[in-house]
Write a protein that binds this ligand. Structure first.
Ligand SMILES: Nc1ncnc2c1ncn2[C@@H]1O[C@H](COP(=O)(O)OP(=O)(O)OP(=O)(O)O)[C@@H](O)[C@H]1O
Ligand SMILES: [Mg+2]
Length: 776
């Protein structure tokens, strides 16, 4: 057998070799969780498990592709072909293609993206004659989405007086009706939105025991990456499918749970041991990704969170450079610093562009960075902005393709019925919608039966509508025998779309035409790739599904070498040698919207932990003193997170002789009057250098003990002078736990000598020291 297992350490090998039964790997960033998952699949297959019986759920489709490739390298390509591996959405879309008919969906159902959903909701609000300032379509879409993810169907909604009342109180008494109309319209259009892919899968597995049994029997081994971020709907699916064989392997890190706003539920991890019998829990502690400075700095941040499982992360990698903190005056200057630093590091260390990432809290921050990168001619790619597939001209082509596969698709139809212009006006379309609602049919079906229906549409317009139907039907006939590329090329020409942009003649028009050509190239690639797979043919349906579920992360346009720009949320699971986290400012990061409760703030802190742990060699944290926000130049304050990093791992490029290090330190300091000139005394000057070896068992035990245990909420109180006696146990925000050895001085000069578990003896000035007394 191959020796790929040698590429794992002992702690990693154990979960890979684990025999049947439930197992969970809980470990910090960069410790090899994803690697364990990948190797476990390869090992199962080497042991004779048929790939047909394995289901692996990942965070992005790109991650799935990479894992599949790695597995193919180990066990051979043909073996890996039958693996079901991908995001929850893509895997269960596939399952619904097979069995969604039991719920009344066609196998060629359309997948509505968020924009489609929002447009449909906006149109329903208009048709119902509601005030669009009260019923804001984006908010309503959000609301409906969260109902669906909590499995609150329309019926369940109306049966729950609390929900109904809450919406009535919020002056939106008709929200339930909108929800109902929206669900009806999607169903009639043969469409599922993203949330439906999970909701309907749950429905299918609950209502049809024979379907559940079929898939339980098929997916004898289920593996889930990033388990901490599964929402309730996803959790229930995994639970149902694994119920029979209980061969479920989940890997995750509670410290990286960053999607609670989308309904992800950290209690899934905590409850795993309750949900299954005899759960084996594995822990990984060695980080292979990052330098010591990065790992230790990240640890010093995350330990500020109270709701955290005990965990140790260490690395035997080099200490590396310290984390650089840089302050600038404006966001434009911040951009210039980042671009300049990327440029220098590229030159100095012979790095590729693709080895740099710039991460930010919100998408709008990318602009200043982009400007600066462009000025320096550094190529970059933004992930998560307006994706290629979201561009208007691309959506136009896709809408035609969607109609061919599913002519009931209302959003696609409305998009192209009069584009390129063919003299079908909005009044006519409104009449068609009214008729469709009246007869309980799709708009397209109404168009097919115009002759029989007595609609007040004039003969000329009727003919145009019929011509449109005839054109779609001719495409459908062609679709029977052609692959996606041949058809898409034909459609782009025949509908006049290509010509429309060409004759426009403006640079924008030309760019759009080129984008359509790019799309066609993409389809060609896709078709070639599919033809190599066992269960695919390169059909239009396959392509549309791929597009509908492609996140930006997945559309890696191959070989060109660019700096990656993305939000921290998108960066989860990824790694880059150089990482810049920009906009480290209060109200931006942590976000002003997420500072109301401790748990919100802790989620922001986990997000910061995720950001920092993406870096392999070097991390840069930047903030500015002024920033344009909401159209105004505002005074920005450095993020509290900067201050939370243990200073021994940080190099602060900010001039210190302007009186103080971080403004927020002044605010945060609750001990007495602040004298700026003395503030620098807070800096621990004699910080112990980070250890260079794996801590021994004794040290590890101590480290573990330091983390507050979830089971017994910590009884830590801020220090009050009188509590602080010799022998008291204290907790320091930077140095961790320690014991007071000696107290000396009085009043403002009172000092304590403290023996810290990690850092030896330190003498601290009490009016500045951030100490808490630990009560037994
Ligand atoms: N035993 C090992 N030997 C060498 N490299 C390893 C080993 N284990 C993991 N790595 C490498 O360390 C890096 C981090 O591993 P991986 O991405 O699996 O960690 P992770 O725990 O999934 O991280 P995250 O929490 O960020 O998702 C990867 O580059 C991986 O190839
Ligand atoms: Mg991972």
């Amino acid at each position: 057998m191959s020796d790929f297992l040698d590429e794992l350490n002992d702690a990693q090998r154990a979960p890979v070799l684990h025999k049947d039964g439930p197992l969970m790997v809980i470990a910090g960033a960069g410790s090899g969780k994803t690697r364990v998952l990948t190797f476990r699949i390869a090992h199962l297959m080497n042991q004779g498990v048929d790939s047909f019986n394995i289901l692996a759920l990942t965070f992005t489709n790109k991650a799935a592709r990479e894992m599949k490739k790695r597995i193919s390298d180990i066990v051979g390509t043909s073996e890996a072909k039958n693996l079901w591996m991908g995001t929850f959405h893509s895997v269960f879309a596939k399952l619904l293609r097979f069995d969604g008919d039991k719920l009344g969906y066609p196998s060629n159902f359309t997948i509505y993206d968020t924009q489609d959903s929002q447009r449909l909701i906006a149109s329903i609000i208009k048709e119902m004659g509601l005030d669009k300032d009260i019923y804001k379509y984006k908010q309503i879409q959000n609301r409906i989405s969260s109902y669906k993810n909590s499995l609150i169907t329309v019926k369940a909604y109306f049966q729950n007086p609390e929900l109904v009342e809450a919406d009535a109180m919020a002056k939106r008494p008709r929200l339930g009706e909108i929800y109902k109309n929206y669900v009806d319209r999607c169903f009639k259009a043969g469409a599922m939105d993203f949330d439906d892919l999970l909701l309907r899968t749950n429905e299918l597995l609950t209502r049809f025991p024979e379907v559940l049994m079929k898939y339980q029997d098929r997916f004898r081994y289920i593996l889930v990456d990033e388990y901490q971020d599964t929402n309730h709907s996803q959790y229930l699916i995994v639970k149902a499918l694994s119920d029979r064989y209980q061969n479920i392997c989940v890997v995750g890190d509670d410290a990286q749970s960053i999607y609670s706003f989308r309904g992800a539920n950290i209690s899934n991890i905590l409850n795993f041991q309750r949900d299954y019998d005899d759960v084996a829990v594995y822990r990984l502690e060695q980080n292979y990704r990052s330098t010591k400075n990065i790992v230790n700095a990240a640890n010093s941040i995350i330990e500020k969170n109270k709701d955290q499982l005990e965990k140790v992360v260490w690395t035997s990698n080099d200490a590396g450079n310290k984390i650089i903190i840089h302050r600038s005056i404006t966001d434009a200057e911040e951009g210039r610093y980042v671009a300049g630093s990327i440029f220098e590091n590229k030159m100095q260390h012979q790095m590729q562009n693709g080895e740099f990432a710039v991460l930010y809290r919100t998408n709008s921050q990318s602009r200043a960075i982009e400007d600066a990168l462009r000025k320096r001619d550094i190529p970059y790619r933004i992930y998560g902005g307006l994706s290629f597939y979201q561009r208007k001209e691309i959506k136009d082509v896709l809408a035609y393709l969607r109609l061919i596969v599913n002519p009931k698709d209302e959003e696609a139809l409305k998009r192209v019925i009069n584009f390129p212009a063919r003299g079908i006006g909005q009044t006519t379309i409104d009449k068609l919608i009214v008729a469709a609602n009246h007869y309980g049919r799709s708009i397209y079906e109404v168009m097919e039966h115009l002759e029989k229906l007595n609609l007040s549409i004039n003969a000329g317009t009727k003919r145009k509508l019929q011509d449109f139907v005839t054109m779609i039907k001719s495409f459908q006939i062609m679709n029977e025998g052609s692959d996606a590329f041949t058809l898409a090329e034909h459609v782009s020409k025949k509908t006049g779309l290509l010509l429309e942009f060409k004759k426009d003649g403006t640079p924008e028009g030309i760019a759009k035409m080129e984008n359509i050509e790019e799309l066609l190239n993409g389809i060609k690639d896709f078709v070639e790739g599919q033809k190599e797979l066992a269960d695919a043919t390169g059909s239009l349906t396959e392509f549309l599904e791929d597009v509908a579920l492609a996140t930006d992360m997945d559309k890696d346009v191959g070989d060109d070498d660019r700096v990656a720009l993305m939000t921290i949320h998108l960066a989860k699971g990824l790694e880059f040698p150089y990482v810049y986290v920009v906009g480290m400012e209060e109200d931006l990061f942590p976000s002003a919207m997420s500072m109301n409760t401790r748990s919100e703030l802790e989620e922001e802190r986990r997000l910061f932990y995720v950001a920092l742990t993406r870096a392999e060699k070097q991390a840069f944290l930047t903030y500015t003193q002024n920033r344009y926000r909401w159209g105004k130049l505002i005074d920005a304050e450095p993020s509290r997170f900067l201050e939370e990093i243990d200073e021994q791992y940080v190099e602060n490029l900010t001039p210190v002789n302007d009186g103080y290090r971080y403004k927020s330190m002044i605010n945060a300091n609750i001990f007495g009057e602040v004298d700026k000139s003395k503030l620098r005394q807070v800096k621990p000057s004699n910080g112990t250098p980070p250890s260079t070896q794996r801590p021994n068992e004794n040290q590890l035990r101590k480290l573990r003990k330091l983390k507050p245990d979830l089971a017994s909420p910590s009884s830590i109180n801020p220090v009050a002078d009188s509590d602080l006696a010799e022998g008291a146990l204290v907790n320091h925000t930077r140095f961790g736990r320690g014991k007071v050895v000696k107290i000396e001085g009085v009043g403002n000069d009172k000092k304590a000598e403290i023996l810290f578990d990690q850092g030896g003896i330190k003498k601290l000035l009490l009016r500045f020291a951030k100490l808490e007394v630990i009560k037994d």
